[in-house]
Design a protein around this ligand. Sequence first.
Ligand code: NAD
Length: 438
Amino acid sequence: MPKKKITHKLAFIGAGYVGLVSGTCLAEIGHSVILVDNNKDKIAKLKKGVIPIYEPGLEELVKKNVEARRLTFTVSLKKAVAESDIIFIAVNTPPQTSGKADLSYVAGAAREIAEAAEAYKVVVDKSTVPVQTGERVADTIKQYNKRKIDFDVVSNPEFLREGSAIKDFLEPDRIVIGVTNKRAEKIMREIYAPIKAPVVVTDVKSAELIKHASNSFLAAKISFINAVARICELSGANIDEVAAGMGMDIRIGKHFLQAGIGYGGSCFPKDVAAFITIADELGYNFELLKAVEEINEQAQQLFLLKIEQALWVTKEKKIAVWGLAFKPNTDDMRNAPSIGIIKKLHADGADIHAFDPQALETARAVLGTKITYHKNQYEALRGADALVILTDWDEFKQTDWKKVHRLLENPIIIDGRNMFQPQEMEQQGFVYHSVGRG
Ligand code: NAD
């Protein structure tokens, strides 16, 4: 006889990239999910069926699960806690200027859960947090729960990537669950049972570390290949060939070996910084990761130098920029490399004309009136002295190069993502600069 599917009542505190996607996906596999956010606009939009972020496939999945009455939205954390048994904390953990993670939102959520809880709850930390945060969350719940309820704190870090978040959540490489007892382990296994992936059960601290260590390792791979790309430029070798040759070794793997302008986004920069800081606090000087950060910063500086070398002077030059989001298939601009590059070019007096398929609105919120925004990739090019590529959106691969050549004042392309083959671009009549190719 097939096993009966066990479903649970879940709440998600934080309806951002992680909370909204994870909550919706857990509703999709049968659970009842209440998403709570203290951003009233966000919840009002969600209630009207408007998705506040761009994530492929999310709108349809939200609609389907709302219609099936498995997914609801509220601004009342109290209501969400009362109506659920398992509460996921998926709030933001942004970096402070010191690099340390700002845990005030996690602490605030833990306190509010404690004040509202009237019976046994499992409190699951899905936000990315430094090791030992689980203990602090448990202390906070003990401190603020007057009814002295029984509860378990679990660490369940999230590995989804923006742009492919739904697939990543529903078909993950692994599910990591950090628990202090079998009771919490059983509940967490039931929640994820419909997802076919290996479940890694650890203690809470190890689960917290798996997340920081994984993201930092991936960031290290990017900085490593960017350092090798620099050596390619200085020696005349080709980073595409070097990376392909390295990646065929299964101990290394081909992923995250794309040279370019360095990593950005809401996770890698903050998680590397937070990992360095927590290591320092624990008494370990994580020099390797400090070098990873430094090389990442250099990648951007070297790219700016490439632009300057290609244009000689950037003052009063019109520069077209394709791609603003920190990576393709998202509208997320948090820590996008485009921000630093554009700000510097603007400060030097360049006139920036930018296009991004999804991130124009989010970019406007960060870059304001410093630049001119275009709704069409070709419009941004008219009369420009060069085209700079900062995000490798797939649609740029379908470009009509004859049109680009016609529209640009000077046929110069500086590609920070190595999207195209130098020889082909030269055959099309462009002066093409990219990263680490001789
Ligand atoms: P986000 O900023 O998009 O969303 C966080 C949400 O939490 C916001 O909507 C905010 O209003 C809400 N919030 C904060 N405090 C609250 C409270 N007390 N009550 C109700 N709502 C509250 O952040 P995100 O990108 O979803 O990231 C969340 C966490 O997940 C972070 O720790 C991040 O590092 C981690 N993470 C992110 C990704 C990613 O790709 N974005 C991937 C894996 C892990």
